[in-house]
Design a protein around this ligand. Structure first.
Ligand code: FHN
Length: 598
């Protein structure tokens, strides 16, 4: 029993009582929607401590869907592999037939756990049951599980939990508490309660919860030494239904659960999927889950692999914003892991061996943004360290850290430890770096500082002529998951925002105004179609404007989009959002606010 257990236990107990009352009576759940609502900050910090330090985890989506691997009746089924049953509306009996071919004879849980450890991951979360309802362990409430329905006939989870724990990592189970496309009455996304595509789906959802979801949650929590319970898709859930699952958490004191239970329960962690929140999620613990290609469950023909460098930069980006990274693998039906995933994880692991100090147990960057990369920090008694994650190595051998006012006592490369010269300049510090970057993706410079950490975040502000220049690197890029991610591109010329293909993605700048007044919003853009429109939001106004078609994505033109009035001196924001209909990808270099009367 550890210290965090003791701190945490009374809190959960009161939450359990609250939940029990809510289940039996008609009290409004709003009184205590969060089972840890009464937790003190110290109790919460103790409970979340290992998770906050871990930063990097392995997600595993594995199940019967790895047999069809994306193809049904000779057709490639679009979307994510583990959704094949839902998307192709495969009849229950046909889908159950795949279980007879699910025989992971090459499954090697020790090798899986080794791979996670070598990659630098500190925890593993595996699908104990996904939306197809198939359990990877021997469930006593159904025969739709690996022991009863497959030739393999053995629990897949127990040896993995053991292997993971033996290596000192933490263990989590994903559990689809509401969606279930096999058992009668189970939830189905995009359908009304009670609907399905097969006679076998007929049944009552509450009965489904009573006979499958609640007992299975109890099974996994009581049988396995879990540190995380990862709920997913609260289809058809409500407060009353979700509240019945909360008391079961008592079976694993200290367990961390996410925000996807439904019924208003916020859980411990937010879980942005397939995208990195532009400015993190202040005030919440959060974890980005992401695939290495475009699917969670194995799809034989998904070759859209992210390069290792991209994965490492994503890790830096997420951690610099205060989050964790849960990176997925989708093993095959024979128990092997796709070679592309293994290769990438080993490469990430080699980077972590050298640079892990800049990841583990760090806190978010104190800088609003740094043009060349990201930053993480660690404080200690007399000062602390800043880890500069350099994506774009300076060509002139000088790395500038604008706004850093702390007293820097030393600077060194994490790779090899070479000391670097550092000097205070006008607006921060400047580090003299070798001509070659130690790492082609992310090189880490460690700055030790004495005393307190002092950073003055300089916002873009008015120049002598009164104009305000808002460049691509100054923008907060708000992406959504499951679509192309808009990002800063550095080709020839000034950086631009590119891959702005999703009409749901939007940009925002924060800047300072010293001399209020009216400003013309001038945007420098490139797009190859006519009729593309943007919504400008600033100074309390929303103005729609068209942008000019150009000869290509490297051919920019500048156009006035709107006139906005910024009536006070101080901090202001300007956002640009695609106007959905007729959206066509746009490259954007900068926006300049030009005073109407200089
Ligand atoms: O529907 C699932 C999906 O299959 C996958 O498991 C992801 C992982 O976060 N969660 C759901 C979609 O949000």
């Amino acid at each position: 029993m550890n210290a965090s257990f003791d701190l945490w236990r009374p809190v959960l107990r009161s939450a359990v009582i609250a939940a029990a009352v809510l289940v039996s009576g008609n009290h409004a759940m709003a009184e205590s929607p969060d089972p840890y609502a009464d937790e003190t900050p110290a109790q919460r910090d103790a409970r979340m401590g290992w998770w906050r330090d871990a930063k990097f985890g392995m997600f595993i989506h594995w199940g019967v869907y790895a047999v069809p691997a994306g193809t049904y009746e000779g057709k490639r089924i679009g979307g994510i592999g583990e959704w094949i049953m839902r998307r192709a509306e495969i009849p229950v009996d046909t889908y159950r037939g795949y279980a007879r071919e699910f025989n992971p004879v090459h499954y090697d849980p020790a090798a899986w756990a080794d791979l996670a450890r070598q990659a630098g991951m500190k925890y593993v979360v595996i699908t104990s049951k996904h939306h197809d309802g198939f359990a990877l362990y021997d469930s006593k409430v159904t025969d739709w599980d690996v022991v009863d329905a497959t030739p393999y006939g053995r629990d897949l989870l127990k040896p993995l939990v053991e292997a993971v724990k033996e290596r000192g990592l933490k263990m989590g189970f994903y559990y689809s508490q509401a969606q279930d496309w096999t058992h009668p009455g189970g939830g189905k996304a995009g359908m009304k309660e009670g609907e399905g595509w097969d006679e076998k789906h007929k049944g009552d959802f509450d009965r489904y919860l009573e006979t499958i979801a609640y007992p299975q949650t109890k099974e996994i929590l009581s049988r396995y030494e879990l540190d995380v319970l990862w709920w997913d898709t609260p289809t058809w859930m409500n407060e009353k239904r979700a509240a019945k699952l909360i008391p079961l958490l008592e079976l694993r004191p200290g367990i961390i659960h996410n925000n996807r239970l439904g019924g208003g329960f916020k859980g411990d962690t937010d879980t942005p999927e397939q995208h990195i929140p532009a400015t993190g999620i202040p005030g919440r613990d959060w974890e980005v889950c992401m695939t290495m290609n475009d699917t969670w469950g194995y799809k034989s023909y998904d070759d859209h692999w992210k390069p290792t460098g991209d994965l490492i930069r994503k890790l830096s980006d997420i951690v610099s914003k205060g989050g964790n990274f849960l990176l997925n693998i989708g093993p095959k039906a024979d128990g092997t892991i796709p070679a592309e995933s293994i290769e990438r994880l080993r490469e990430v692991g080699r980077w972590m061996d050298v640079n892990g100090e800049a990841i583990y147990a760090t806190t978010a960057s104190p800088f609003a943004r740094l043009a060349w990369g990201r930053c993480t920090t660690k404080a200690d008694a007399g000062g602390g360290a800043l880890y500069l994650h350099v994506f774009d190595w300076p060509a002139d051998g000088k790395l500038k850290v604008p706004g850093l006012r702390s007293k820097v006592s030393s600077a060194s490369l994490l790779d090899g430890g070479a000391e670097l010269e550092v000097q205070a300049v006008d607006n921060g510090v400047e580090i003299t770096v070798p001509a070659e970057a130690p790492d082609e993706n992310v090189s880490i410079i460690k700055l030790n500082y004495a005393g307190g950490l002092e950073v003055v975040n300089a916002l873009p502000r008015q120049e002598k002529d009164g104009s305000i220049r808002l460049g691509a690197v100054e923008a907060d890029i708000h992406n959504r998951g499951y679509s192309k991610q808009a990002r800063v591109e550095r080709k020839d010329g000034p950086p631009n925002i590119g891959f702005w293909e999703d009409p749901g993605a939007w940009l925002q700048w924060t800047f300072r105004v010293d001399k209020p007044g009216k400003f013309r919003v001038m945007a420098e853009t490139a797009t190859t179609a006519g009729g593309v429109r943007l919504l400008v939001e600033s100074g309390g106004r929303k103005i729609e404007a068209g942008i000019s078609r150009t000869q290509g994505y490297g051919d920019y033109s500048t156009k006035e989009l709107a006139v906005v009035e910024l009536t006070s001196a101080g901090e202001h924001k300007l956002a640009l959002r695609p106007v959905g209909k007729g959206w066509h990808p746009v490259n954007l270099r900068k926006v300049v606010l030009v005073p109407v009367e200089p």
